[in-house]
Design a protein around this ligand. Structure first.
Ligand SMILES: Cc1cc2nc3c(=O)[nH]c(=O)nc-3n(C[C@H](O)[C@H](O)[C@H](O)COP(=O)(O)O)c2cc1C
Length: 166
């Protein structure tokens, strides 16, 4: 049984693609962090979502999550998200505050259009003092959409020196 869980949140499929590549390379299980109130990507144009997300950040909102994963049997927990307004989406805060991640090894990854990880990996470590947060990988969304990223992702995973089968 795998001890690796790949959790992710995203709106336009980019972070999901990244998560699926990680799952293929590690054999880990996938878990999508889904909001109770969906971010409507069909009717809300990118700009509307941008405004909405900015409000959530400015009010330090905690968007509700449909279901939380049972992480008891997992040792390695990936957390993936797109950069939203220079930080992680507020729903990631809901997630880390409501799932017991103490004692777990956390591996962040994210998509972006220029901000890189924006300091969020460090922020995650500060928010999760009882977990070990490893070095994550930021990838530009456009690169995920247009090019195969498996080579880059594999290189990063190898650098973590974890035997995913154990
Ligand atoms: C509301 C919103 C805010 C964003 N803010 C940033 C940002 O601050 N920095 C950045 O590099 N990209 C930003 N982006 C771009 C996304 O991080 C990028 O398009 C990402 O790949 C989308 O992932 P997804 O397809 O999984 O939703 C933002 C996108 C949205 C929708």
């Amino acid at each position: 049984m795998t001890k690796t869980l790949i959790t992710y949140f995203g709106t336009y499929g980019t972070t999901e693609k990244f998560a699926k590549d990680i799952s293929e390379l590690t054999g880990g299980d996938l878990f999508e962090i889904e909001p109770v109130k969906p971010y409507d990507k069909d009717t809300a144009y990118y700009e509307e979502l941008a405004d909405y997300a900015k409000k959530e950040r400015d009010t330090d909102a905690r968007p509700e999550i449909k279901t939380l994963p049972n992480v008891e049997n997992y040792d390695y927990i990936f957390i993936g998200y797109p950069m939203w307004w220079y930080t992680y989406p507020q729903i990631i805060r809901t997630f880390i505050e409501n799932v017991d991640l103490s004692g777990k090894t956390i591996i962040p990854f994210n998509t972006h259009e220029g901000s890189g990880d924006g300091g969020t990996y460090k922020e995650l470590q500060e928010a999760l003092p009882n977990s070990k947060v490893l070095i994550g990988l930021p990838i530009r969304g456009e690169n995920i959409k247009n090019y195969d990223q498996k080579g880059n992702i594999k290189e990063w995973l190898d650098s973590l020196k974890i035997d995913w089968s154990k």
